[in-house]
Design a binder for this molecule. Structure first.
Ligand code: M6R
Length: 609
């Protein structure tokens, strides 16, 4: 969702804020703004649209203060406009906010009745008014912040400046991420660590209910009742370079090509090839509790939900534990049956997706066991689950998820093997075979990626079609869904993913020469059936792009285009079949000239319901 950055220190706050906002733009990009001290007063500049509009507005300006806050917005309350852009300033207070204030309407009415005039349609503006109202009543700044926060309901990450307090940046968090970066005599706040990685790798991860008052002496943390808090800083190992484009045209293309390394990093240290073992240090039920697990629930949103579908397939096949998948936003509303025999696995790249987080809370509330598979150290979901298997994919900046997906599948493969071996479903010999297969995957992924040029040529041919259908069976069905999602989110082409066997039950009516059908058809136990589906499409003059294994003359004879990937164990095929689909979507979008890293209406992490 929205991105927040703040700075207090001897450098130019404006430069640091703009750099941070560029790095956070992936979180939201319908407007942006900054608030900075100049000659003791707070100056606000904001503009609807991309960050470049704000830069134009700021050209030639200088501010003499040492503190500032900035924001890039993804609209929830109030359409994108200059007036709705953050920071919101009223009286002595300027505020940037990520989250949703649920009771903003009654608060707004209350404040209006006191004569306060609102200039935006946002929920955020009430926070600035509330704090300022307390200041006007003579309450000191710090108390005023706490009083105001005690009145609001909902979620927030906040950065606050106050005229008369030019050496203080206040920050607060509830259900929306916020970190404090610790530099040498300088301090930062940010929604996400990559915003300020150029300056520090030491961070305090604020927890729900934390308020921080940051001064040149450092951050002082309190809770809403004013009790002091101590939070240990953590060092993160992502380098600033990892959050750069590194010569690629888009972050998405860079991240597609980083997938072999992301998978290696995710499995490194967690397998022993000779013994055929999977070691999951952070899986809390290694020694105790594992035998209690009778059912696995995998919950996630978007691309991570597709990984969950693959994960359920792997879990049932390899461990014979019943596995169910649900979408984060559905799970808690169906009053799911959970007890101590249920393991809920929350899958999330960001670790901040509100619906996935709510699902983990629901599982905990009902006494289930909880585990997360996550890419971001210290994120909310990792802190609310009993165990974490981190994917080590490095920062994913492109809004369309790629390397997070393949590394989530790697983590899920390890988990399924671990459960299967612990339950004696797979023998040690079989385990060695699976591990060997997994170890070979990154090399084979590289080979597939070397064929990017061929997929670029194919994309040029198919760039003008308006609708696509993606089909797959078994473990390839989620890959078809993921291929369709990638295409629609970055190229704005309508694309649907379907289990190939479902085609006859409706979608077949759509098939004609204007709707290419992408069929994921590796050689597995569903292969013959998929060949049948290909015939059905061809019989209706459909155009087929097939994803097959090695050279497959049976398929080549029937379809219009074939993309080949190396043959691997059928359970490992998703690691390879995913890549051409990501590239196809990428190149089609690039030919169409869309904003690939920041597609319209989307945000990288969806921290509101
Ligand atoms: O951070 P998460 O993995 O929890 O995010 C889930 C989805 O919002 C995310 O996968 C989204 O669907 C991406 N845009 C897909 O490319």
């Amino acid at each position: 969702m929205c991105g927040i950055v703040g700075y207090l220190g001897p450098r130019s706050p404006l430069q640091i804020l703009m750099e941070g906002l560029h790095r956070l733009e992936y979180r939201g990009y319908d407007s942006a703004g900054v608030a900075l001290f100049h000659q003791g007063a707070i100056e606000v500049r904001r503009a609807q649209g991309k960050l470049s509009r704000l830069e134009d507005l700021l050209r030639g300006e200088a501010f003499d203060g040492r503190a500032g806050i900035g924001h890039t917005r993804w609209a929830t309350h109030g359409r994108p406009s200059d007036d709705n852009a953050h920071p919101h300033k009223t009286g002595r207070i300027a505020v940037v906010h990520n989250g949703i204030i649920e009771n903003y309407l009654p608060l707004k009415e209350e404040l209006k009745a006191k004569g306060r005039v609102f200039t935006s349609g946002t929920d955020t503006e009430v926070i600035a008014h509330l704090i300022d109202e307390f200041l006007q009543q003579g309450v000191p700044f710090r108390e005023a912040v706490k009083e105001a926060l005690n009145k609001i309901r909902g979620s927030y990450a906040l950065g606050i400046l106050c005229e008369g307090e030019p050496q203080t940046v206040a920050a607060a968090r509830k259900e929306s991420p916020l970190v404090i970066g610790l530099g040498d005599g300088e301090f930062f706040i940010a929604s996400d660590t990559p915003a300020v990685l150029n300056y520090t790798r030491d961070f305090i991860f604020l927890e729900d209910g934390d308020i921080a008052f940051i001064t040149p002496q450092g951050p002082q943390l309190e809770d809403l009742s004013g009790r002091s808090l101590a939070r240990e800083p953590q060092r993160i190992h992502w380098s600033p370079l990892m959050a750069e484009r590194g010569g690629y045209k888009h972050f998405m293309l860079k991240e597609i090509h980083e997938q072999p390394a992301a998978v290696i990093n995710t499995i490194r240290g967690r397998i022993t090839e000779e013994e055929g073992e999977v070691i999951l240090e952070d899986f809390p039920y290694q020694r105790k509790g594992l035998e209690e697990i009778k059912r696995v629930f995998l919950v996630a949103c978007g691309t991570s939900w597709h990984a969950a579908l693959v994960g359920a397939y792997l879990t049932e096949r390899l461990s014979r534990i019943p596995a169910e998948v649900d979408i984060g936003s559905e799970f808690r509303y169906r009053d799911p049956l959970i007890d101590e025999g249920t393991l809920l696995v929350a899958i999330s790249q960001s670790g901040e997706t509100a619906d996935t987080l709510a699902a983990t809370r629901e599982a905990r509330r009902k006494g289930g066991k909880t585990l997360s598979i996550c890419n971001v150290l210290g994120s909310s979901i990792t802190r609310e689950t009993e165990g974490v298997i981190y994917t080590h994919a490095g920062p994913e900046i492109g809004v369309a998820s790629t390397k997070a997906f393949t590394s989530q599948m790697a983590a899920l493969f390890l988990l399924a093997l671990h459960l299967g071996r612990a339950r004696k479903i797979i023998t040690q010999e079989e385990m060695r075979g699976y591990i060997q297969g997994l170890v070979e995957i990154p090399g084979l992924m590289k080979r597939v990626l070397e064929g990017a040029g061929e997929i670029e040529r194919l994309a040029r041919k198919y760039v003008h079609f308006q609708d696509f259908l993606y089909l797959g069976r078994g473990v390839s069905y989620p890959i078809a869904l993921e291929g369709a999602l990638k295409l629609k989110e970055i190229s704005y082409i309508h694309a649907e993913g379907y289990p190939a066997g479902e085609m006859k039950h409706g979608p077949i009516a759509l098939i004609d020469e204007d709707m290419p059908v992408v069929v994921v058809a590796p050689k597995d136990h569903t292969y013959e059936k998929v060949l049948g589906n290909i015939e059905e499409v061809k019989a209706r003059d459909g155009r087929i792009i097939a994803l097959a294994t090695d050279y497959d003359p049976m398929i080549a004879a029937k379809v219009d285009e074939v993309i080949s990937v190396p043959t691997v164990h059928p359970l490992l095929s998703p690691f390879l079949t995913t890549l051409p689909l990501q590239l196809l979507a990428y190149y089609i979008a690039d030919f169409r000239g869309t904003d690939i890293d920041q597609p319209r209406n989307l945000a990288k992490s969806v921290t509101v319901e």
